[in-house]
Structure formats: structure tokens, C-alpha cells
Design a protein around this ligand. Structure first.
Ligand code: MG
Length: 245
């Protein structure tokens, strides 16, 4: 029986694709590099490859490639081959995000959008299940954002990048911290790679189809027999189905 739901943040609760683009743009600007506004559309197409902020490096540097036909593996290899540069990009990204929040939190907040229906879905689900956040985003952004949109999740239930940037490790930590066996956890993420990796632990998983995932990735996930949820309102029904299996 499912007793805990682990939710990703970006691409599941919040559409932060525009925010992320603007933060990258400003972070690069400080180094004297220009990321033109016209690149945003392309940037969005590569958004579904992101696992951690290090991957921004790949999205920026691979701008002449076709993301729609690129595999996650190719993308990961590129980022791994540029370990130092991508780590620096990640550090600059988080420093810039914090700077923007400190300067004008409301302005920063307005760059984000909450997905329709997710706040109500979480509210309803929290009556029956423990709700835990599993995200590679920074704690401060997650906590203040959820508070602002009135999604009530306590600090201890937020597993953020400061704890681990690896979702499999995060889920292991969640299992221990909340005394939930893997098969009692329902994990929702919009990144196919993360969903597939966590599934291998024996955790029940679903892909959030309302996030950044493209059709090719959805197909790939379907072939693995993983459920794709098209809207937040479908979460409860899917858990019920899993429990009856
Ligand atoms: Mg995500």
C-alpha cells in the first residue's frame, strides 16, 4: 500500500522554465557572455534533459543541435565531458538566483508559474498520504515558493539539492527518514531518466506528462511500461489502481 508520495518540483509543481532561462541569461551576462532572448524557445526544447543545474551548460553550449532528436545519453555525455565548466555554470546559476531573490523576491517569483490543479491535488492527497519533495532545486527556492503559493509542506519533508543531487539517493533517504519501504512510495517526476532510475529500486513511479517532457520521451517511457499522468487530478486514481494491483 502506498503511504508516501514523493514529488519533483520543476516540471511537476512549478513551471520554472522561463525563470531558469532568465537566471542563466543574467549569470552569463556577469561573465560578459550574451544569451540572446531569441534563444529562449530553443532553450525550452532542451529543458526536458535537465537533471541538475550543471546541465544548463549543455543546453547553452549545444544550441546549434536539434534537441528534439537528441538522446538523453548524448546530452549527459556532453555535460560529463565538460565537468568543470558545467560545475561552474551551476554555481553561478544558484548565486544569481539568490541575488535576484534578495534584490526583489516578488519580481523573481513572477518569473515562475504554478501548474493548474497541482495545489488542490496536493491538498487532497495530503489527507491520505505523506507528501515529500524530491528535487535538485535549492532548498530556499522550494520552501519560499511553496509557502507563497500556499502548498503546505514542512521543512523536514523537503529533500533538496543540498541533501543530494541524485534522485535515487534522495529516494533512499526518503525511505529511511519516513520509514517507508520502496513499494510504499509513489514517485512523480517529469524526467524520463529519473523515473526509470527510481523505478529500478522497486518504487512505484509515474511520469508527470504536464511538464517539459516531449513526445519522443513519452514514447520511450511508455515502452518501459511506466504510466504517464496527463494532469495532477489523475494522481489519486493512479495510486488507487496501483494499490489494487
Ligand atoms: Mg523536473
Amino acid at each position: 500500500m502506498i503511504k508516501l508520495i514523493a514529488l519533483d518540483v520543476d516540471g511537476v509543481i512549478v513551471d520554472s522554465a522561463h525563470e531558469v532561462f532568465v537566471v542563466c541569461q543574467k549569470a552569463l551576462e556577469e561573465r560578459g557572455e550574451i544569451l540572446d532572448d531569441s534563444y529562449e524557445e530553443k532553450f525550452m526544447r532542451g529543458r526536458n534533459f535537465l537533471r541538475t543545474a550543471k546541465d544548463f551548460y549543455g543546453i547553452i553550449k549545444l544550441k546549434d543541435k536539434d534537441f528534439d532528436s537528441m538522446s538523453q545519453e548524448y546530452f549527459n555525455d556532453y555535460v560529463n565531458d565538460h565537468e568543470e565548466e558545467s560545475r561552474k555554470m551551476s554555481e553561478d546559476f544558484f548565486a544569481m538566483r539568490k541575488k535576484m531573490q534578495d534584490e526583489d523576491y516578488d519580481k523573481w517569483f513572477s518569473l515562475n508559474r504554478v501548474y493548474p490543479g497541482i495545489a488542490d491535488a496536493i491538498k487532497n492527497l495530503s489527507k491520505k498520504f505523506s507528501i515529500v519533495i524530491s528535487s535538485t532545486k535549492d532548498f530556499y527556492s522550494i520552501y519560499t515558493f511553496l509557502e507563497r503559493v500556499r502548498i503546505d509542506i514542512s521543512r523536514e519533508n523537503i529533500i533538496s539539492k543540498e541533501i543530494s543531487e541524485n534522485k535515487v539517493d534522495q529516494v533512499k533517504i526518503i525511505s529511511e527518514r519516513f520509514a517507508a519501504n520502496f513499494n510504499e512510495i509513489f514517485f512523480i517526476d517529469d524526467n524520463p531518466e529519473q523515473v526509470k532510475a527510481v523505478k529500478k529500486l522497486g518504487v512505484n513511479v509515474a511520469l508527470a506528462g504536464w511538464g517539459y517532457t516531449n513526445e519522443r520521451q513519452k514514447q520511450e517511457v511508455r515502452e518501459e511500461g511506466i504510466t504517464i499522468l496527463e494532469k495532477p487530478g489523475e494522481i489519486e486514481k493512479e495510486i488507487k489502481r496501483v494499490n489494487e494491483e
